[in-house]
Design a protein around this ligand. Sequence first.
Ligand code: ADP
Length: 444
Amino acid sequence: MIKTENTLIQLVDVDAERVRYLYRNAPVAIAVNIAIGGLMYWVLWDRVLHDYLTDWLLALIVITAIRAFTVFQFIHTSPPNQSMANWRMAFLIGSTLNGLLWGMTLWIFAPFASFETPVFITFAVGGLSAGAAALLGGTFRVYLSYVIATMVPVAAWFLMQEGSEIHFIMGSMLVIYIFAVLSAGMIYRRVLLKSIDLSNQLVEAREEAEIANKAKSKFLASMSHELRTPLNAILGFGQLLELDQEQLPEKHRTHVQEILKGGHHLLELINEVLDLSKIEAGRIGLSIETVHLDLLIDECRTLIEPSLSKYKVSLHYKDSECQPPTVLVDFTRLKQVLLNLLSNACKYNHTGGRVTLGCTPVADNRVRISVEDTGIGIPMNNQSKLFHPFSRLGQEASTIEGTGIGLVISKQLIELMDGEIGYSSNPGEGSTFWIELPCSVVQP
Ligand code: ADP
């Protein structure tokens, strides 16, 4: 766990995670153990003394049951990091006893059997210890003790069969095999440690990024606030000059208009940056209520009037198919989004162009509001940059005013209202921006 400026972040404790990894994998190991034990019982039934075989299987079942109980306890109680050393010891004892039972099989059964029996047992035991590399390798001590308990008695049995060359060769090969599986376990341990380390680095990096992002939003919010005060003074004095413009020389009148135009643009930019930083900092409060779309559209129509006449475009309505058109949204914020889409449809239109507003019910009891224009459209190669902050897609060089943040804010607001925003655009022919929102009553 590390302490950052505002929060405590939980880093994975490497040792504890390795123990958890052992227990997480244990059900697989136990199942394989029982399956191979049963197979061994069946194969050896006609080859070795029945009493020995049954006692061996019983011992395997008892040890496995105790291990299964321990694993269940661990998974059920999710023990704290401090107790992990005890749990590791319990696992080590269980797996070593289990391994020893497998390792001793040759000593118990082989004296009464033909040569194929030790070969079968060696395959089974060798397979178990190789398979355990992935399951136990993360905690090398546990794996080492399992391999020693399982494989060393088998190798020793072969090496101690005096006068038999084939037994000696088998024994020597098993010694090499022991080193091979142990190195596989060590490699596995390194991989696991690396992956835990990487996941910790990821947690830290994400935390740092979040802190930096919050700092940025805080900075933007306070800067925007500080900038608005002097800017409002500039705009106020500009408007006073505008009122007295009769007394101003012609040249200064144009200058005042430029000051006011620039000031308004800057104010719009500051307001939008402030909005965006509030949304990103999660400091925006929405009041979700049932909103009648016709009321909201009526308000938007009045507010968009100046843009319609400035850009000389006309506004039309598609026949509404929504009965009744009510949605669950924040009235002011939806108005802000709709006005942004309508204003874009005017700004990026041709003189004499059309803007069409539509509303259709769609699946999942939602309603789609669309704003269609006959404007310049969005070039294909720029479409992927839409909804990116400060991305004006080539319009920064044009005379059309804008900040490149409106669509980003719209997207965030719509998503906060459990909605979706999208578009389709044909360069040179026009664009359609749409939003889908949840209806407040179930549509018939
Ligand atoms: P702004 O309009 O202030 O530049 P927006 O975020 O609203 O910012 O839009 C980003 C960019 O997307 C615009 O600069 C413009 O290039 C493009 N755009 C948005 N709406 C339309 C539209 N209806 N037709 C063509 N281009 C559009």
